[in-house]
Design a protein around this ligand. Structure first.
Ligand code: AMP
Ligand code: GLY
Length: 437
């Protein structure tokens, strides 16, 4: 099939590899020249990913038969609606269905109105004064989130990033003053536990689960520092996680199933990969967020071990006739993102970076390019995450070792990596934390 892929990050490079393995002919649109995607594409265009008309025109000029959208911003801009109107089936949600991610208040209200388990207490505000009144009355710790999109970086947690009433109000005011996320503020009850990601494929009615993954949102080792898009992630050979039971996973899947049903009832059926971020608490999994796409880095954990044809799965998602079982290899994976110095606060960018691809593959690992660009034939960093390295093996610790050996083949003077991801000590801490609850 002639497939349009949209996006130029690590997640999209992983998707392009999966399409390539399935024999698809790839037509790629991205804003940066991702060398991994360029190498696989029959043709590519460097276009602003939110420029709906130009993306649609590129799709029509190349007679693509299906489209796959990686990031959330073009979904919000209505790219799927425009492509479908032009007769191109999409393995991604419409603008209305993508509200499950693009509006955090839409998501919380949907879950509440349909009586679905796993919700947290919440209240949304369109002005700082009302938020302040609420904050004065509330008797538990809260989390402050812009309602709209912020690239995973807009969330601040009381007890971690916000240490007083004043801190919290300062951040709420900052969101309104600078119109961060563009749609107001949601204050949520803080959930305590360990996070996990359950992604599923979805065709509007049915879901097919992917292996569980744990991402690391905090910028620095030991889970401290500002929230980021995700610094790295791991998955286990049994497709669970060391601190998540089958029952916990079933509970999370039931929540996602009910969300999919609710979206159909609301007249915006959901097609495409759906991302559930859960906090496993002493009372079971609670919803942290639902995204309208693959996670990044999580896509780099699951897509390389996908056994079935990604093209077939996408065609079935787009066509509404998906099989509820999708097969993945029984392998563990560890992904660590190489990111620019200052990532999470004030990244330096435009710096030279080199990747010895042969070196990485000799270690048995995979490289996924992300927010890098080719300038005068040389690879340079952008403001966001640069390169994902993924180790795949029989156990998490072997995969972690492979990943570390391969990381030595990525060089730049202005990068950092969270080396603690996937290491025994960090995983043991998570298991102990769950037990202590
Ligand atoms: P989000 O962008 O919504 O995934 O939030 C980023 C990170 O903030 C999450 O991965 C959690 O670590 C934390 N977080 C978000 N919402 C909550 C919540 N209600 N309770 C506790 N932590 C949260
Ligand atoms: N890894 C978090 C996300 O993709 O939203």
């Amino acid at each position: 099939m002639r497939v349009l892929t949209l996006g130029g990050g690590g997640r999209e490079h992983a998707a392009v590899e999966a399409f390539h393995r399935a024999g698809s002919e790839i037509y790629a649109v991205m804003s940066n020249a991702n060398p991994g995607i360029v190498a696989r594409a029959k043709k590519y265009a460097l276009i602003n990913e939110k420029d709906v008309e130009r993306v649609r025109d590129f799709a029509l000029e190349n007679s693509v038969e299906m489209a796959f959208v990686g990031p959330e911003a073009p979904l919000e801009a209505g790219i799927v609606d425009a492509l479908e109107k032009a007769g191109i089936p999409c393995a991604s949600p419409t603008k209305a269905a993508a509200r499950i991610e693009t509006s955090k208040s839409f998501m919380r209200n949907l879950v509440k109105d349909h009586g679905i388990e796993g919700n947290l207490g919440f209240a949304s505000f369109d002005n700082a004064k009302d938020a302040e009144e609420y904050l004065k009355k509330v008797d538990h710790e809260i989390v402050v989130k812009p309602i709209g999109l912020t690239g995973g970086k807009g969330v601040k947690v009381q007890g971690e990033h916000l240490h007083s009433f004043e801190d919290t109000m300062e951040y709420i005011n900052e969101i309104f003053d600078n119109n961060i996320g563009g749609a107001g503020v949601i204050l949520e009850e803080r959930a305590v536990g360990e996070e996990f990601t359950q992604m599923v494929f979805c065709d509007g009615r049915n879901i097919a689960p992917m292996p569980l993954v744990q991402d690391h949102k905090r910028a620095y080792e030991g889970d401290v520092g500002p929230n980021t898009g995700g610094m790295g992630s791991y998955s286990d050979a049994d497709h669970l996680l060391p601190f998540v039971t089958k029952k916990d996973r079933e509970d999370a899947l039931n929540i996602l199933r009910k969300i999919v049903k609710a979206m159909s009832k609301e007249g915006c059926p959901y097609r495409g990969p759906m991302y559930g971020q859960f906090m496993l608490t002493k009372n079971g999994p609670k919803i942290i967020e639902i995204n309208a796409r693959f996670g990044d880095p999580e896509a780099m954990n699951v897509l390389p071990i996908l056994e079935d044809s990604f093209e077939d799965i996408c065609r079935a998602m787009a066509g509404g006739n998906m099989n509820e079982i999708v097969r993945f290899r029984k392998a563990a994976t560890v992904c660590k993102y190489v990111v620019p110095e200052g990532y999470g606060t004030n990244p330096v960018y435009g710096k030279a970076i080199t990747v010895d691809e042969d070196g990485v593959s000799l270690e048995g690992a995979k490289v996924f390019y992300a927010n890098v660009d080719m300038v005068n034939g040389k690879l340079v960093t952008g403001r966001s995450r640069s390169v994902g390295i993924v180790g795949i093996a029989g156990s998490i610790s072997e995969a972690e070792e492979k990943c570390e050996r391969a990381l030595a083949h990525v060089k730049s003077e202005h990068i950092f990596v969270r080396h603690d991801i996937g290491k025994k000590e960090l995983i043991q801490r998570r298991i102990d934390h769950m037990k202590s609850l």
